[in-house]
Design a protein around this ligand. Structure first.
Ligand SMILES: [Fe+2]
Length: 327
């Protein structure tokens, strides 16, 4: 290796950061040089102004071993561009064809979820996600019929499950809550927001760790404490009342009714519905170490978690998913 190559290599090592291919979604052109590492040297693999076509993205996503790098300052600009794209689509969700607009909203929210997990104390990213979630809730409440198609389109993007899981479970939740005719739109919106933010505490571990089937030691403890971490991260930063933060704290407990100061149960069935939708979403979308199961297997396996205490609600869930997947 020549001295210049050596200098170049060390400069790039310090100034490049890894990006996800999905950060290139919805760009017309590659905005900055993108690098990959070959034979211990960084090479430009995509030059600025290269059109970002479906074929290009598909090819990049298929090359799972290919890692892309970008200058750190350019990465900040790319993140700002994608957050701006989310702001724009959130404001105009009701204009145009609902499935494609909804899909764009979900993909950009998933990217922003990743930015949020990378920097959970960033208020701007958190507030953007909150506003996008509120707008998505209104859109979905008005367009319930798009949910099955939207779900099937969204999972084709194959995002990493730690960012996609809260979105899929919240899509199921909003459908079931509306279908049950038991909740006002305002209540549904707040529960939808609660569900979508409930796992932000998973940001305590890096994405790679979640590819392992089992975590050990400190990592295992951090994972187990993610509901409490989520509530701590969110407290006072988004407009969710104490009862909803309590739901987040207990969203993996089987006996998870929130209790008020007099010992009265708050949101008993709501917390169960959030938990059950989370389990169903995890089971039918699979994990890097575990293939997905079908909806009927998932329903069978969740039956004993809810049907004794809330038989009517379990029936509602079964009927909802029957119609959801009938097409
Ligand atoms: Fe969770």
């Amino acid at each position: 290796m020549t001295a210049i190559e050596l200098l170049e290599k060390s400069y790039l090592h310090f100034n490049l950061s890894k990006i996800h291919t999905r950060e290139l979604f919805y760009l017309e052109q590659i905005p900055f040089p993108l690098f990959s590492l070959k034979d211990d040297l960084f090479h430009v693999v995509l030059y600025p102004h290269t059109p970002v076509t479906k074929e290009l993205l598909k090819g990049l996503l298929e090359k799972t071993e290919l890692a892309l790098y970008i200058d750190k300052d350019n990465h900040i600009k790319l993140k700002a561009t994608q957050q701006d794209n989310l702001r724009k689509i959130s404001r105009s969700l009701s204009i145009g064809e609902p499935v494609s607009r909804g899909r764009k909203q979900l993909n950009l929210m998933t990217l922003n979820m990743m930015y949020m997990y990378e920097d959970p104390t960033n208020d701007e990213t958190l507030n953007l996600q909150y506003q996008a979630t509120k707008n998505l809730s209104s859109f979905l409440l008005e367009n319930q019929e798009v949910l099955p198609k939207l779900f099937s389109e969204y999972i084709k993007s194959n995002h990493h499950y730690i960012y996609a899981q809260p979105i899929v479970s919240s899509l199921f939740l909003i459908g079931v809550l509306k279908y049950s005719h038991r909740f006002s739109n305002k209540e549904i919106e707040t529960l939808f927001i609660t569900s979508l933010f409930k796992d932000i505490g998973m940001s305590a571990l890096s994405e790679e760790k979640y590819n392992k089937k089992e975590l050990k030691g400190k990592d295992k403890d951090l994972l187990a404490s993610h509901p409490q971490l989520s509530a701590n991260i969110l407290a006072g930063r988004i407009p969710l009342g104490p009862s909803y933060l309590k739901i987040i704290e207990r969203h993996h407990d089987k006996n998870n009714e929130s209790v008020d100061e007099k010992g009265g149960v708050l949101f008993g069935v709501e917390t169960h519905l959030i938990r059950i939708m989370d389990i169903i979403a995890a089971m039918i979308t699979g994990r890097p170490y575990c293939p997905p199961c079908n909806i009927f297997e998932a329903l069978e396996l969740t039956k004993n978690q809810i049907s004794d205490q809330y038989p009517q609600e379990f029936k509602t869930i079964v009927n909802y998913f029957r119609s959801f997947f009938k097409g």
